[in-house]
Design a protein around this ligand. Structure first.
Ligand code: HEC
Ligand code: HEC
Length: 359
């Protein structure tokens, strides 16, 4: 028995006298990712063509106070600004659906269809002008239009909008706070300004913004290749700047004619050279805002990219090029500002508030 009894002691002695085993080898620290020079060069090229979203939106002629923005949000969702109380801005520009209705052309009062696809309201304030043809100078001027458009919200005139707003008692203090010191602040004109203030903050920072800011791995390798293809193919001739569009007007069918009866900017300027000229749309969140083009006739993003190559650049892009560019465009999808776009509780109608009118 002795040897056995000694064993624990021996083991103990052994432990104390032998040099302790080396600690298990640490796995070698991964080398600090060497900055990929190709990605760095691409980022520099991109930074010369595009800008990340600003932290604070430009206010234009507006004042972006909380009171004004909160009022603008209510008005954006208020169907009483339409003749039959069934259409609001959010009907055609659903904020939880990337600011669009997803239809080729929108249906408004009495389900009448308009002639053009509804563009997104996200980032619209960053554009040089509003609408496909640029006929309104900014989001404030734009916002008055739909309320009076017979196929959209169909109110007969601005005075009727003003009367309706004045008939809703809860709006009086909110307009007063949004337009301090202004006499008779409850008006159609101020409603449009408040909606504009709300719209100016509708922005969705995306991975591409992080990439432009220097975070090179914000874009996958595939997306980086797509960005290079987007630049090399010539898309940036028209789609550049902070919104990748929104800054210039170009003919649809610049190189190869595109079939449309819409005269675009010609209707605004009556200049022959403006026939079929449209504002270059922004490409932010583009994978979410189909169907595409002013006529909404293009269902998929693949097809839109193919048509752009053909009609605007005279290039037949192959499937791999289209897929590559599409991968890059995916990096323009940002995060919806879920708290900011929460539908607000609206003030109740008063005894004088007009009733819905389906006529
Ligand atoms: C019935 C559907 C409908 C309603 C309601 C509607 N819109 Fe639009 N909106 C459109 C369509 C269609 C266009 C494009 C028309 C054009 O370019 O001629 C448009 C264009 C715009 C644009 C221009 C965006 C750009 O990129 O040029 C903005 C901003 C906008 N609407 C905001 C609003 C606001 C604010 C309201 C509520 C006061 C509103 N819309 C109500 C369908 C609608
Ligand atoms: C010569 C200017 C020009 C070039 C180059 C150009 N585009 Fe466009 N792009 C436009 C215009 C203008 C429109 C709007 C046309 C219309 O609606 O009829 C547009 C529309 C689009 C749309 C649809 C946007 C929407 O909201 O419906 C996508 C997507 C697009 N372009 C991607 C591209 C890509 C990708 C390239 C490169 C292969 C490219 N564009 C090259 C001017 C251009």
């Amino acid at each position: 028995m002795r040897p056995f009894a000694l064993l624990p002691l021996l083991a103990l002695v052994a432990c104390q006298t032998e040099t302790p085993p080396p600690p298990p080898a640490e796995p070698p620290a991964p080398p600090a990712p060497a900055e990929d020079p190709a990605a760095k060069a691409l980022q520099a090229r991109a930074a010369a063509l595009f800008q990340p979203l600003p932290a604070d939106p430009p206010a234009g002629t507006n004042e972006l106070t909380d009171a004004r923005i909160d009022l603008g949000r209510m008005l954006y969702f208020d169907t009483r600004l339409s003749k039959n109380h069934d259409v609001s801005c959010n009907s055609c520009h659903a904020l939880d659906n990337w600011g669009v209705d997803g239809k080729p052309t929108s249906s408004g009062h009495k389900a009448q269809l308009g002639g053009r696809n509804s563009p997104t309201v996200y980032h619209a304030s960053l554009h040089v002008a509003q609408f496909w043809d640029g006929r309104a100078k900014d989001v404030e001027e734009q916002a008055g239009g739909p309320m009076l458009n017979p196929v959209e919200m169909a109110m007969p005139d601005g005075a009727t909008v003003t009367k309706t707003l004045q008939s809703i008692p809860g709006y009086a203090p909110l307009f007063a706070a949004a337009f301090p010191g202004v006499e008779n602040p409850v008006s159609y004109e101020n409603a449009a300004i408040a909606i504009g203030a709300f719209e100016r903050k509708l922005m969705t920072p995306a991975p591409f913004d992080a990439f432009l800011g220097g975070k090179l791995d914000a874009l996958s390798k595939e997306q980086q290749d797509g960005l290079a293809a987007f630049i090399d193919t010539g898309c940036t001739t028209c789609h550049s700047g902070v919104a990748l569009g929104g800054q210039a007007y170009f003919k649809m069918g610049l190189v190869q004619p595109y079939e449309t009866t819409d005269m675009g900017r010609f209707d605004v300027t009556k200049d022959e050279a403006d026939k079929m000229v449209f504002k270059v749309p922004s490409l932010r969140n583009i994978e979410k805002t189909g169907p595409y083009l002013h006529d909404g006739k293009v269902a998929t993003l693949d097809e839109a990219i193919t048509l752009m190559g053909r009609h605007q650049l005279g290039k037949e892009l192959d499937a791999a090029q289209v897929a590559s560019i599409k991968a890059f465009l995916g990096s323009l999808t940002g995060d919806l500002p879920t708290a900011y776009i929460q539908a607000p509780t609206l003030p109740e109608s008063g005894p004088e508030t007009p009733k819905p009118d389906p006529s």
